[in-house]
Every structure is written in structure tokens, then in C-alpha cells.
Design a protein around this ligand. Structure first.
Ligand SMILES: [Zn+2]
Length: 105
């Protein structure tokens, strides 16, 4: 199984775009979400095991309060499954909160 020349050219074009004109999208929500994750990953010391279940190896940084701020106390290293579970709960809580009180941001 290989990649055709056409696909290669397409990938090359995509990569070139990311370095060039698409940089203007860097300030978008997706980019800042990714950037803050990367920042936390490099600043929050990584334990061997998931801070939630203490069974699986820690693999991902998870935001606890749903604010995605650079406050390291609102982040924790978790395994994939705990992270997914917590993200679902956090998203629901966030929506409820937004629905009840006036958004401050
Ligand atoms: Zn876990």
C-alpha cells in the first residue's frame, strides 16, 4: 500500500499552506485550544499514572474547570478514558452553568 503521486502532491500542498497563508488562522479558537494544551503539557509535571484512576499511565492533560486558562491547578494528567469521561462531564456542566447565569466572558 502506497501513496500515489497525486496524494503526495496534495499532502505537500497542505503542509505548505500551513506554514504560509493559513497562519492567519492561528488566533482562532482551535489554535488557542491546541496551544494551551501544548503549553500545559510542557509546564505541568507528568506523573507516571493517571491522576484520576491511578491505574492507567497518564497520557493527556485534561482541563478540570473548562476555562482552558494557564492556571496549572485547573489541569491534570489523565489517561485517555478518564480524560474523555471528564471532558463529557465538564462540557455538560459548562453548558448548564452558561444557561443559568450570565456569561462573564
Ligand atoms: Zn484514568
Amino acid at each position: 500500500m502506497g501513496i500515489s503521486d497525486k496524494q503526495k502532491a496534495h499532502i505537500k500542498k497542505l503542509n505548505a499552506n500551513q506554514k504560509g497563508e493559513n497562519n492567519r488562522y492561528w488566533k482562532g479558537d482551535k489554535a488557542s485550544y491546541k496551544a494551551i494544551h501544548q503549553w500545559v503539557r510542557s509546564h505541568l509535571s507528568k506523573p507516571e499514572f493517571c491522576t484520576k484512576c491511578n491505574i492507567n499511565p497518564s497520557r493527556e492533560v485534561a482541563n478540570i474547570d473548562g476555562k482552558y486558562s494557564r492556571d496549572l491547578t485547573t489541569w491534570a494528567w489523565m489517561c485517555r478514558s478518564c480524560h474523555l469521561r471528564m471532558d463529557n462531564v465538564a462540557t455538560k456542566a459548562w453548558i448548564t452553568k452558561k444557561g443559568r447565569i450570565q456569561p462573564s466572558d
